[in-house]
Design a protein around this ligand. Structure first.
Ligand code: CP
Ligand code: NVA
Length: 328
């Protein structure tokens, strides 16, 4: 599969594209992005060095292994220099505003990649930056993860529309939210199995359902993991206590105890179903070791897919690529 990037005059600095959540994309943009990611993975020489001489600010307020390194590797591939920053190294750690930080950084870098806590901080960066802002995880969304996830599903099954993904665990999880939006845009059916007290954010679900009207994706929330997994093509787990929720570990463990992905649960899915996990994983909590380390697990392919999807994203956003702009 080949995809070309149509270079256009960059957008006016005051109106860059941002990727604050999956729903910033159109269905067509998402498909084009996945096609480009596959091209980059299959024929890496095609876009190598496309951002030579540029710098990309990578601000991480929370720990990260995969996102930090895959963005650095994507920058290396594109010929750009990643500038790794933590709040302690920035004046933001001493009280400088996001608005002043975003406007200053926009004078030096081609994009700002940000991992933070509240989603409104990502949106505040996007409001003031005149270069693209990429959400590298917030408490509410993990859109870069969802790109790699649905690329993995597409690679396994050849398509997304009409396939079914079951997410089992905390329905209010950032990854679950982004998967709902990715399903809505791509036509992938997504069922979330969660306790009633850990349901998706109603506004995220409502936004995803509104998008799904056009694509035909069936999105649902159930409270029995078996109901969600029966006949699913992909089964997904994430940790029960996300970064910042460590104090709730015990109470979450109790509430989510029946939502562990075990071998018996996987057996209800399609025989060729895959198991996905964004990682890091806690074996014996949200997933049994036999599942994540077993033959149906696609987690290493999924993890590796972070690199080409993020390279495609950086390329698309910084080149003012029209399909990525929801307004066009
Ligand atoms: N999946 C993911 O985002 O992993 P990191 O927290 O290690 O970046
Ligand atoms: N939900 C997890 C995802 C980690 C990649 C967290 O926010 O910690």
């Amino acid at each position: 599969m080949t995809a070309t990037i149509q270079e256009r005059a960059p957008l006016a600095p005051a109106a860059p594209h941002h990727f604050t959540r999956v729903a910033d994309l159109t269905p067509a943009a998402l498909t084009t992005l996945l096609d480009l990611a596959e091209t980059i993975a299959d024929e890496p020489e095609g876009h190598a060095d496309a951002l030579r001489g540029k710098a990309i600010a990578c601000i991480f307020e929370k720990p990260s292994t995969r996102t930090r390194v895959s963005f650095a590797a994507a920058c290396a591939y594109l010929g750009a220099t990643p500038v790794a920053l933590s709040p302690q190294e920035l004046q933001i750690g001493r009280g400088e505003s996001i608005a002043d930080t975003a406007r200053s950084l926009s004078g030096y870098v081609a994009a700002i990649v940000l991992r933070t806590s509240a989603q409104h901080k990502v949106e505040e960066f996007a409001r003031w930056a005149s270069v693209p802002v990429v959400n590298a995880l917030s408490d509410e969304h993990h859109p870069c993860q969802a790109l790699a996830d649905i690329l993995t599903i597409r690679q396994h099954f050849g398509d997304l529309a009409g396939r079914r993904l079951a997410f089992v665990g905390d329905g209010g999880d950032n990854v679950a939210h982004s998967l709902l939006e990715a399903g809505a845009l791509s036509g992938l059916d997504v069922t979330i199995a969660c306790p009633r007290t850990y349901a998706p954010d109603p506004s995220v679900l409502a936004d995803a359902l509104a998008i799904a009207v056009d694509t035909g994706a069936a999105l649902s929330v159930v409270h029995d993991p078996r109901e969600a997994v029966a006949g699913a093509d992909a089964v997904y787990a994430d940790v029960w206590a996300s970064m910042g929720e460590e104090a709730e570990q015990e109470v979450r463990h109790k509430a989510l105890a029946h939502f562990q992905v075990r071998t018996e649960l996987m057996q209800l899915a399609q025989p060729d179903a895959i198991f996905l996990h964004c990682l890091p994983a806690k074996r014996g909590e949200e997933v049994e070791a036999a599942v994540i380390d077993g033959p149906q697990s696609a987690v290493w392919q999924q993890s590796a897919n972070r690199l080409p999807t993020e390279a495609a994203l950086l390329l698309g956003l910084t080149k003012g690529w029209s399909p990525l702009n929801r307004e066009q």
